[in-house]
Design a protein around this ligand. Structure first.
Ligand SMILES: *[C@@H]1O[C@H](CO)[C@@H](O)[C@H](O)[C@H]1NC(C)=O
Ligand SMILES: CC(=O)N[C@H]1CO[C@H](CO)[C@@H](O)[C@@H]1O
Length: 201
């Protein structure tokens, strides 16, 4: 289930996604998160999609309305970004946030909000993660996705190339020590690089 804030970068939300750290290299981490319910909305936009994330994270007192129910925000907020899109071209981005633990068992019934919202189970998932600080703009997010994919190719790690996730933890009100991530979904066995694998002999 979601955990209450524990990791250092989970500083603003009471509940954050819990994960197991499988391994870490100088360039990325491999994490495993278990199957949980997320609230998500697909938006077609040519606007800076990260602006939408900021709007998502900037709701009063960190409460968001999903399916007519007001939730205290959890972290992180995920944006699924298709790889093939050229910047500023309209594209479908899917924004998701983790349902608080109180709603994991019985999510509310989706209603017709302005943005149509859905609930879904995200399956157990291993992801390659690169973290960065500062403000999450499309251009920085794409740069870090590019750097992560380069590192993964060098490591001969297999991952799903059709999309990456842009991952935000902080509301726009937080000015210092901001934490953002990009994720690629692991395909096959996670690759960590020999020197850093925990069970190296
Ligand atoms: C990669 O992700 C896309 C979109 O989620 C999915 O349709 C596709 O099946 C995935 N590819 C593999 C090999 O799992
Ligand atoms: C998973 C977990 O421990 N959730 C708890 C987080 O904190 C709230 C309020 O303090 C509890 O109600 C949850 O059970």
């Amino acid at each position: 289930s979601p955990s209450n804030s524990s990791s250092s970068f989970c500083s603003e939300s009471r509940e954050c996604l819990q994960f197991d750290l499988l391994c870490r290299t100088d360039e990325y981490e491999v994490r495993r998160s278990s199957c949980l319910k997320w609230c998500y909305a697909s938006i077609i936009t040519s606007l800076e999609p990260m602006k939408r994330v900021s709007e998502f994270l900037n709701c009063p007192k960190c409460v968001c309305v999903c399916a007519g129910v007001r939730f205290e925000m959890t972290a992180p907020v995920l944006v699924e970004v298709p790889e093939e899109v050229k910047m500023w071209e309209p594209a479908i981005y899917t924004l998701s946030f983790l349902l608080p633990s109180a709603y994991q068992e019985h999510p509310p019934t989706p209603t017709n909000d302005k943005v149509r919202l859905y609930f879904s189970d995200m399956p157990d998932m291993d992801v390659y993660v690169r973290s960065y600080g500062g403000w999450m703009l499309s251009i920085t997010s794409r740069l870090h996705a590019h750097l992560l994919s380069r590192a993964l190719l060098r490591a001969h790690a297999h991952f799903n190339h059709t999309h990456h996730y842009t991952v935000g933890y902080d509301s726009p009100l937080k000015l210092l020590n901001r934490h953002n991530e990009v994720w690629y979904v692991v395909e096959g066995d996670p690759v960590c690089g020999e020197e850093h694998t925990p069970d190296t002999h």
